[in-house]
Ligand binder design. Sequence first.
Ligand code: KG4
Ligand code: ZN
Length: 351
Amino acid sequence: MLILGLESSCDETACAVVEDGRRVRSSVVAGQAEIHAEYGGVVPELASRAHAERITGVVTRALAEARCELSDIGAVAVGHRPGLIGALLVGVSAAKALSWSLGVPLVGVDHVRAHLWAGMLDTDLQKEDAFPALGLVISGGHSSLFACAGPTSLTRLGGTIDDAVGEAYDKAAAILGLGHPGGPLIDTLAQEPDANDRAADLPVSRLSRESLDFSFSGLKTALLYEVRGVPAPGGVFARTSDELTHERRRDLAASFQRAASRAITLKVERALEAMHEKPRAILVGGGVSANSRIRRELEELAHKHGVRLVLPEMRFCVDNAAMIAGLAHERLTLGERDDLTLRASPAMERA
Ligand code: KG4
Ligand code: ZN
C-alpha cells in the first residue's frame, strides 16, 4: 500500500510517499531556514504562511519522484500534533482535502512517535527485533525517553524540564555568534581536528540519580558566562561573542558538544538499567540524532549493554514526512484511522 504523508508541524513543509510503512518511494522536504534566519528562531506566523505557499508544490514533487499518481495512493497521513498550531493546520487541512477527494482513509500521526519510526525506514529490520524498545527523541522541541511496547504504544519515562537539547544547541550557537539552526554548525566546528573538548568544564545535569528527566538550561547559561563573562549587577556583560577567536569558538563548541552528549547518554544508560523488561533496541529519532558525537557515544553505550541501536539515516533525522507515512501504516494495520473531525493540536499525545 502506498501512503502519502504530510508534515508541517514546525518549519519544514514535507510530503512523502511510502510503501507498506517501510520503503520510501519519495521524501521531499522544503525547509524555511532562510525565512527565519534573521530572527534567530522560528516565527510561527511566517512558518504557517510559508507552509500554505509550499504544500501543493511538495505534494506534486513527492508524487513525481515516487513515479505515481494520486489515484495510486491508498491512504493520506498527516502529522497533526504536537507543533505550532497554525503550521499544523496547513498540513491537516491539506490532508483532509486529499483524503476526502480521493476517498481514501485519513490517518493522524503523532510527530514525536513518528520520529521513533524514522530508524525503521528503508531497512529490513523486523519489528520483533526492535520491540520492546527504549525510545529516545532528541529534537528542537523535544528531549524525551519512552518505553515502547510497540511502534504506537509508548509510555513516557522522562523528558526535559526546561530546554530541549536541540533548542539548547540552537541557543548555544547564538551565544557563540553562529547562525541558525545551530546544531549542525556546532557539530561541524566541534569536529575540527584540533578542537579541545575539555577547554571549558561545562556542567552535565544529572538532577537526581533516579531521575530520567533532562535539563539543559544550566549548560546553556554556563556557556554564556564562558563566552561573555559573569554579568555585573544590572546584567551587563564584560565581553561580546565578537571577541572570540576561531580557536576559542571551536573549543567551546566541542566542550558544549561533549557535555550535551554526556547528558543524553547518562540518562539513556539509567533508563536501560531501570526498565523492567530489557529492550531489544534503542530507537533514536529527532534532528539531534544527526549529531556525530551523540551517534558515536550511543553506539558505544548500546554495544556495552548488548542492545541493538537503531539510528535513522541522516535524511530521516530532521523533520520529514516519510516517518509520518511510515507510522500511519502501523496505525492502519491495527485498524485505526481518523475522519474529517481530526484536529490539529499543539500538545503531544499523552503517553
Ligand atoms: O526534529 P527536528 O527537525 O525538529 C523538531 O521536531 O524539533 O530537529 C531540529 C533540531 C534543531 O534544533 C537543530 O539544531 C538540531 O535538530 N540538529 C542538530 C544537528 N542537526 C540538526 N543538533 C546537533 N547536531 C546536529 N548535527
Ligand atoms: Zn521533529
